[in-house]
Design a protein around this ligand. Structure first.
Ligand SMILES: Nc1ncnc2c1ncn2[C@@H]1O[C@H](COP(=O)(O)OP(=O)(O)O)[C@@H](O)[C@H]1O
Ligand SMILES: [Mg+2]
Length: 332
């Protein structure tokens, strides 16, 4: 169990005298500290409550706003072991609870039960993050339902086993929606969630697009090469473009918006391609419907006071003779 109390003022820069439980030593499952991560005040308090008071927490918000990393980075600072399972795509009930597998022992084939991630995690002081919780398949949601229902126990039905839940086990989930389905058309594959299940999360917090000042700070923390007067001005313009795409999305002019993750990628790509317009094309514009690209170019023009150059369609390089041809001549 946690073996020390740490001050949130010292560890997270929070303006509070609160002390929270933490581990003195980090084991192999503690995420690495990302010194550039900037914590959101309210979300940090909620996550800390979930850790310290053993509350199950759901963190909801648009994509790329830092939900998964937020929980992970709090765990990193508390030395709390933490594992993430992404529920989108192909995770099945058996991946979570475990399955019988055939193994070789002393030259003989035997069938052995291989524990899944859920029984493994609940028996340890581990924070389990169910990422993309609203994309989980129905059979997966059924397992989670049992996990949420438990009071101190989890029954493995197929195994006829009842597992005690470790007092240091913590459960988190992240989701793009609040379980009402794909209302804005952005989140293909999300499910509508059973409200009896939503009801069982003790804390539901939200993390959405930060105010411009904060977003600029986040980008500069991620891409410190831009942290001078000119760079700050550049990033401020980038964040204004991002805001225009979000406003455009809200009123239905655009079907794609720039997430904070996209703004960070754009900033990184400027370092690679040397030009904000070119990097913008490659980080965002090409992800958008062609019919919407003129409007996005206009947003760029408004914030940068220059036109967004259209990508060249000509410009193929002359072909070189294939190296194999030279080899054939030499060998011949
Ligand atoms: N507050 C922040 N400080 C530093 N980096 C951030 C912050 N928010 C998001 N990021 C970065 O943006 C990217 C997306 O974060 P992620 O946690 O994957 O988002 P989500 O789970 O909400 O889709 C990550 O590379 C993360 O490091
Ligand atoms: Mg995530």
């Amino acid at each position: 169990m946690p073996d020390e109390m740490v001050s949130v003022r010292e560890v997270f820069n929070l303006d509070s005298d609160l002390k929270v439980a933490a581990f003195r030593e980090a084991d192999e499952h503690v995420p690495e500290v990302d010194p550039a991560y900037r914590f959101n005040h309210d979300v940090t308090l909620a996550i800390l409550a979930a850790f310290t008071r053993n509350r199950r927490m759901l963190l909801q918000g648009l994509h790329g706003t830092g939900k998964s990393t937020h929980i992970e980075q709090v765990a990193a600072r508390l030395n709390w072991p933490c594992v993430r399972v992404n529920l989108d795509g192909h995770i099945s009930r058996l991946d979570l609870v475990g399955r019988d597998t055939v193994v070789l022992k002393d030259g003989k084939q035997i069938t052995e039960f291989q524990e899944g991630i859920v029984p493994w995690a609940i028996q340890r002081p581990v924070a389990l993050i169910l990422d993309e919780y609203d994309a989980g398949r129905p059979d997966v949601m059924f397992v989670i339902q049992r996990l949420l229902e438990r009071d101190g126990k989890l029954t493995l039905l197929d195994q006829n086993r009842v597992l005690d839940v470790h007092p240091g086990f913590r459960l988190f989930a992240t989701a793009n929606t609040v379980g009402l389905g794909n209302l804005n058309g952005m989140y293909h594959g999300v499910q509508r969630l059973n409200h009896a299940q939503i009801d069982r999360w003790n804390i539901v917090a939200a993390l959405n697009h930060p105010p411009a000042e904060d977003e600029i700070g986040i980008v500069l923390a991620r891409v410190p090469e831009l942290d001078d007067a000119a760079g700050r001005k550049l990033v401020a313009s980038m964040v204004s473009v991002a805001k225009l795409t979000r406003d455009g999305f809200r009123v239905g002019d655009l079907s794609t918006l720039m997430s904070p993750r996209t703004v960070i990628t754009w900033a990184e790509n400027i370092g690679i391609f040397g030009d904000a317009g070119k990097a913008f094309q490659l980080s965002f514009v090409n992800k958008c419907d062609e019919a919407e690209q003129p409007l996005i170019a206009e947003y760029f023009q408004r914030c940068f006071d220059r036109e967004l150059e259209a990508p060249r369609t000509s410009g193929y390089l002359p072909a070189e003779p294939h190296p194999a041809a030279a080899f054939a001549v030499a060998a011949g």
